[in-house]
Design a binder for this molecule. Structure first.
Ligand code: SF4
Length: 320
């Protein structure tokens, strides 16, 4: 397999300013040292509770927000070294599908115009071919070309997300960051959109980073999973292995909350005490220690590094 994306020590810190002179008094460490790679054609899921930094990670990789530090290499190119014009051209390869399809589509534009816009901006299709290219995109995502003159509010939630996917596909990207793409949809529609995404991945050889808080969805769609807690990856493994044998206490707690589709099978639920800590004042040592049932003394002072504990299975915990 070829590595398409390599991220090293990615950080995104937001300064906290106070006082008359807006002096920086601290920083919210939304992403604090993420290292991962994504192979061509695979789906890497990034999971965690809301506020763990998973969406910020996706946006920082695409440079939709500027990272504070770290290295991003896409197909060998140093993404952080690109100037605005180079980045604009590079964006054709890296696209994003957003959580709320209604908010991400301009309500004053028809679908024809929404799908034409990236093609025009990047000069990817001659004016005479725009209409047929839009029709083709709509067919690819399971919409009828005759709906092209409609506005986003005239579509259902699932259809709107199909428009969002078609827009992401317009420039023939290699890599798509999917930020909670089905969490705003009904369960039956979620399955249709997930199936569509899998079909498109096969058809076009796409690589996905799939951001979600829903472990059932992640189990269905991903090849590998990275679990995030307070801006850091705490566990990363192949999906099958992670669901069969979660090693980090936080992952174990998340897994214990996934419903089992078998009424005869009992599963012990691990209930985490306390809330997710405030990222402005993260706990010292292992950020999970105030909620961890196995916390040791050293967990309060020493931050565990993410390291390989089994072949292809990484975790950050002093117990392992
Ligand atoms: Fe729990 Fe310590 Fe492991 Fe953190 S390092 S998960 S506090 S045992």
């Amino acid at each position: 397999m070829t590595t398409l994306l390599e991220v090293r020590n990615l950080r995104k810190h937001y300064p906290i300013r106070k006082g008359f002179f807006s002096k920086q008094v601290g920083a919210v460490k939304a992403v604090d040292g993420i290292t991962l790679s994504v192979e061509q054609g695979e789906t890497l899921a990034v999971v965690g509770e809301s506020g763990c930094g998973k969406s910020t990670t996706g946006r920082a990789i695409l440079r939709l927000i500027e990272p504070t530090d770290g290295e991003i290499r896409f197909g060998g190119t140093d993404v952080r070294a690109l100037n605005p014009e180079q980045l604009r051209r590079f964006r054709t390869d890296m696209q994003m599908v957003f959580q709320d399809p209604y908010a991400s589509l301009d309500p004053r534009w028809t679908v024809q115009r929404i799908l034409e816009e990236p093609l025009r901006t990047h000069g990817s299709a001659p004016a005479g071919e725009l209409k047929s290219r839009v029709e083709q995109l709509m067919e690819v995502v399971g919409l009828s070309p005759y709906q092209a003159h409609r506005y986003p509010h005239e579509f259902s939630g699932g259809q709107r997300q199909r428009v969002g996917i078609a827009r992401a596909l317009a420039l023939n990207p290699k890599f798509i960051v999917c930020d909670e793409p089905v969490s705003a949809l009904d369960v039956s529609i979620q399955a249709q959109v997930l199936n569509l995404m899998q079909d498109l991945q096969e058809q076009y050889g796409l690589t996905y980073m799939f951001i979600s808080h829903d472990l059932s969805v992640v189990k269905f769609i991903s090849d590998r999973v990275a679990v995030m807690y307070l801006g850091r990856i705490v566990e990363l493994a192949r999906t099958k292995e992670l669901f069969a044998k979660p090693l980090h206490p936080y992952t174990q707690a998340l897994m214990s909350a996934v419903p089992v589709p078998n009424p005869g099978m009992k599963k012990e639920r691990i209930v985490l005490t306390g809330d997710v800590p405030n990222p402005e004042t993260p706990p010292s040592g292992c950020a999970f220690h105030p909620r961890c049932p196995y916390a040791l003394d050293r967990c309060r002072t020493e931050t565990p590094e993410l390291r390989e504990v089994d072949a292809g299975h990484q975790a950050a915990c002093h117990l392992l």
